[in-house]
Ligand binder design. Sequence first.
Ligand code: SF4
Length: 472
Amino acid sequence: MMCGLLECEICGIAMKVYLETLGCQMNRLDSELITGQLLGAGYEIVDAIDTADVFLINTCSVREQAENKVYSRLGREAISPRQRIIGVLGCMAQRCGAKLLRRYPCVDIICGPGQLHSLGEMIAQAAAGNKSVACDPDRKDGREAFERNSSIDSLDHDRDTKVGSSAQAYVRVMRGCDKFCTYCIVPFVRGPEISRSPEAICEEVKQLAGAGRSEITLIGQTVNSYRYTAGDMSTRLSDLLERLAVIDGVRRLRFVTSYPTDFGDDILKAMRDLPNVCRYIHCPPQSGSDRVLRAMNRKYTRAEYDNFVDRAYEIMPDVSLVGDFIVGFPGEEESDHQASAELIRRSRFKNSFIFKYSTREGTVGAKTLEDSIPFEVKRQRNNELLAVQAEVSLAHFQSFIGREVELLVEGPSPLSGKPGNVSDDPNCVQMLGRTTGDHITVFQGPESLAGQYVKARVTSTTAFTLFADLVD
Ligand code: SF4
């Protein structure tokens, strides 16, 4: 291998690290924390792989497609003439472990999600020619083994608040999952559900808000199940929201992703009463049919999901609800599929993420369910749900026309400068911002507005984007 510890022994230049991230918000947060950790340790982070001495890929195991992408990246590295240290991090590292080293001898580091604090040392080891594997305990070893041997929040405490977006930040409030949906790998790769202490979370949010990160998104696999108990004191998500909402500089507070049965009125009322908590709930139903929900081991019925939706609208008539659905689940019949379409209409979701079922190795479903629905049927059901959702979304977005909204401006829209999106004013481009309900909104404005809050009036809409004029 070409280099010594953090820098090349010959030229003394810091080692360059290229980090690629796949998957969910949890991975994006982990990558941000890794970046801070490596910068603090003297590594340089680069935007392109060509010049990198170290290639790290933070992986996702939730869908087959995400894993195939990693195999293809490693396959390309295996035949690359440029020798560099290669590290596989996150869920796939945890799921496959040392097997990946055997399949891809070019890989030097396998690091599970609870071991990322060791990464600097593992890179140094790789630079000295030693491969290393650091995975979390096996789920069968129990919760105590995780609490002892896997510190998923060890990077969160001293995070570099300058790494990442200037206005937004994710904050982990819990890890793992105890729900065991039959199609999902998460409980096996992220371990048991463990909540962080409210003190640690408040301290982290204070530091982020002090550094100008005014929109905080609390994340957890089932974030509304958050519960931290110390002695006879228990803190629920609603209590945590109350503590965080009063921190100076926190202008928007969100949380994702929620599980339907854990949505008590205490959380809905906290959202209604705390002005800086966004009225946005991502709470996946996955199916509208009781039969399919049972097969998925989702621990609620359709009636219970409907009850959650009714309570949410009763307490916050203007809340934005977002769903997830899996189509073509083993045994799903046309009537089950129609029940999902009806659920989208009844729940008036702002938008839904819709996925076609595929078997994931390592899940309960892989052992007990046959992937019985032909691909063509899955594709058709997927398209049908997308069409129903587009109708429902359009009605939802149209209700904003003429209204004034507050936007947190992210920057120029991806279509800015493209035909039809060129501003008449040479000082303006098409900018993109989001409302408190997470509606993507575009408007003409100067690029200098990025990271700021502005007021805009909605003039027109599609099913997924609001168009607005700046109010001042
Ligand atoms: S609730 Fe179900 S789908 Fe969500 S992370 Fe847990 S097991 Fe996976």
